[in-house]
Design a protein around this ligand. Structure first.
Ligand SMILES: C[S@@+](CC[C@H](N)C(=O)[O-])C[C@H]1O[C@@H](n2cnc3c(N)ncnc32)[C@H](O)[C@@H]1O
Length: 171
């Protein structure tokens, strides 16, 4: 029954895609894009300049990185969901941008060159990753949308926009 085979195949492909898209829920946070107005505000509040390397932990559709490109020297990030990673990689190649896009977990990301770390994750991820971030080179800004790091003292806050900026050496 070729029709049945085609239906089963379509179902399997659909379930596979659904699973891949959904599994970041278990690794950190599901995809929910930061509104563009707040992306701009995050970059303003982190005081991103041409000397910065902006790194987004879980870059989603890459909006923070594309927005950062006009202001920073370099931008990159890691994303655990392979379909999103590939889509952003293809788009970045078409647009001839020099984004450093890694497929992998935020927990194992190499952040040594980052001067600004952007993130929109969950309270649990923030708790787990706090120690790693606190060891980044002095003066690195960590800008978190939606969820603060309650154990740290922010250098700048926009409570209404839910944007929190921290700086290593002043945590
Ligand atoms: C709430 S979205 C934020 C996306 C983007 N940073 C933004 O602000 O628009 C969280 C993103 O993190 C990704 N993610 C979840 N767990 C992750 C992990 N352990 N490592 C890297 N990325 C992860 C998700 O796939 C999703 O794209």
């Amino acid at each position: 029954m070729p029709v049945n085979i085609a239906v089963y195949f379509a179902l399997v492909v659909f379930l596979l895609f659904a699973f891949i898209s959904f599994w970041p829920v278990f690794t950190g946070a599901n995809w929910e894009p930061t509104p563009m107005k707040k992306v701009k505000r995050m970059l303003d509040m982190a005081r991103v300049t041409k000397r910065d390397y902006v790194y987004d932990l879980g870059f989603g559709d890459g909006r923070i990185l594309f927005a950062a490109l006009g202001r920073a020297a370099k931008a990159g990030g890691s994303e655990i969901e392979p379909i999103k990673w590939l889509a952003v990689k293809i788009y970045a190649t078409i647009k001839k941008t020099k984004l450093d896009l890694r497929l992998g977990s935020a927990y194992s990301a190499d952040l040594r060159k980052a001067t600004v770390v952007a993130m929109f994750m969950t309270p649990l991820v923030n708790k787990i990753i706090a120690e790693k971030l606190s060891k980044l080179k002095k003066g690195t800004r960590i800008v978190s949308y939606h969820w603060p790091f309650p154990q740290w003292k922010p250098v700048r806050v926009d409570t209404q926009a839910r944007i929190y900026v921290y700086e290593t050496g002043k945590l």
